[in-house]
Design a protein. Structure first.
Ligand code: FES
Ligand code: FE2
Length: 466
């Protein structure tokens, strides 16, 4: 253990090589953003359980968070042609994203300016040459201006300024369409902070959706996403000998990151976590190669001086390079292999890696404090010059269903079952505790604390831009 009496809170780290050490010994150096290290101690007070269970707290989120924060609604390729729409739901709110011109994507509240009826039902993609309300037939052009009001003679008081569709802020980044219902919100760029510079090295706009899984989860949306904000759970939840050397960064009140090395297990960090109680023996370098089996790749073994991480990365460069039609020969070990996960407040995750190319979004399930919806996308790099394919419809999984039912998730299915398998127990446990809140590690769980701190800014400042 590196902890001692002279260490200040948040300064202690797991024993063994750090992520920076691992990246420094990789054969192909990582892009510079992966060498950045950004952590400051954020405090160690418990986080109240009521934040996950109280209908009153949830109501405040519905009032002061969701209508005022940026969130991605869909990918640009969900609305490729003029008139294509995508309906997005968050809590009780709904937004229509529409491509209203060749390179114009706009967004409107999904509600009629006559008597409030929702204009488009159901979530997802559609096509509307104009919007027509199903109740009395008011209609709007796809740019939101009034097109026709049946019996107009009775509505001399109805004007464009007051009865065009209600606009929502809409910006794009990385191939995603973001919306914000607060017309006075800060620009998206303020939220993204370092992300455009970092993702210049892993351009998400040059990826296409290979798979979209949408799963119901039996926990508050924050508890659900917090299962993915740390790798501290790896030892117990995944029974994996990896995770101790994960690096955590908090870049701003909106953006944080972890980098979790794959193919590099350290005996020292294992002892820190579980000692001899750990169920899996530490793998040898030779044994680590077995990981390639999940991709159907076999290797004979290591040559003298070779490290498993380098060999695995090299095999995967050619395997994925060929499969995707992309030149991966100069991609660093880290970008090939590692779990490089950025979180964008309040509920979005973007992965930079090639073999771990996920995007997540966690939302309340309607207006239910105890349940959430997990969107999981796999974003595959596109061959040079290729257009993104039409995104697949989401595969819907209910609470009881296993991710392993989704064949395209491959070996990840069982991992996700482990990741979200504890959520019902956690949500129930929140309500049983005499101790009023949950306790967080100073370093490994700092990203969770940062989200709560920013959430508090939204809840305590219900007017101004956050
Ligand atoms: S409520 Fe929409 S046209 Fe009347
Ligand atoms: Fe996990």
């Amino acid at each position: 253990m590196t902890e001692d009496a002279s260490t200040r809170p948040g300064e202690a780290r797991a024993s063994g090589p750090s992520v920076a050490d691992t990246l420094a010994s990789d054969g192909i150096p990582p892009p510079p953003p992966l060498l950045e290290n950004c952590y400051t101690f954020l405090g160690d007070k418990d986080i109240g359980f009521g934040r996950y269970t109280s209908p009153e707290f949830f109501r405040r989120e519905l009032e002061s968070l969701w209508p005022r924060t940026w969130q991605w609604a869909c990918r640009e390729e969900h609305v490729p042609e003029e008139g294509d729409t995508y309906v997005y739901y968050i809590g009780p709110y709904s937004v229509i994203v529409v491509r209203s011109g060749e390179d114009v994507i706009e967004a409107f509240l999904n509600t009629c300016t006559h008597r409030g009826t929702r204009l488009l039902a159901g979530e997802g993609s559609g096509y509307s040459p104009a919007f027509t309300c199903p109740f009395h037939g008011w209609s709007w052009e796809i740019n939101g201006t009034i097109r026709n009001i049946p019996g107009r003679w009775d509505f001399p008081h109805v004007k464009n300024e007051t009865h065009d569709l209600q606009r929502v802020l809409c910006e794009r980044w990385g191939g995603f369409v973001f919306i914000n219902m607060d017309l006075h919100a800060r620009p998206l760029a303020d939220y993204l902070g370092v992300m455009p510079e970092h993702f210049r090295h892993f351009p998400l706009e040059r990826r296409g959706v290979k798979l979209h899984v949408q799963k119901k989860l039996p926990a508050n949306w924050k508890a659900a996403q917090e299962a993915f904000l740390e790798a501290y759970h790896n030892f117990e939840t995944h029974d994996s000998p990896n995770g101790g050397n994960t690096q955590y960064d908090v870049f701003s009140k909106y953006v944080s990151r972890f980098i979790h090395n794959i193919g590099n297990y350290s005996p020292e960090s294992l002892e820190d976590y579980a000692g001899d109680k750990f169920r899996q023996p530490l793998l040898t370098e030779e044994e680590l190669l077995a990981f390639l089996g999940v991709y159907g790749i076999e290797v004979d073994g290591l040559q003298p001086g070779e490290r498993a991480r380098g060999v695995i990365a090299e095999k995967l460069r050619s395997h994925f390079g060929e499969a995707l039609g992309v030149d991966l020969s100069q991609v660093s070990e880290s970008v090939m292999l590692d779990s490089i996960e950025y979180h964008l407040f309040p509920n979005m995750f973007f992965f930079a890696g090639i073999t771990v190319p996920m995007v997540y979004r966690f939302r309340p399930d309607g207006t239910d404090v105890d349940n959430s919806i997990f969107d999981l996308l796999l974003l595959e790099p596109l061959a040079e010059g290729a257009e993104p394919p039409e995104p697949p419809e989401p595969v819907l999984l209910d609470v009881e269903q296993s991710y392993t039912e989704v064949e395209a998730l491959g070996w990840l299915g069982a991992i996700y079952d482990q990741d979200t398998g504890n959520l019902a127990l956690q949500q129930q446990g929140f309500k049983t505790s005499r101790k009023p809140g949950l306790t967080l590690g100073n370093y490994q769980e700092a990203r969770i604390r940062r989200v709560h701190m920013t959430l508090d800014e939204f809840l305590s400042n219900s007017d101004g831009a956050i």
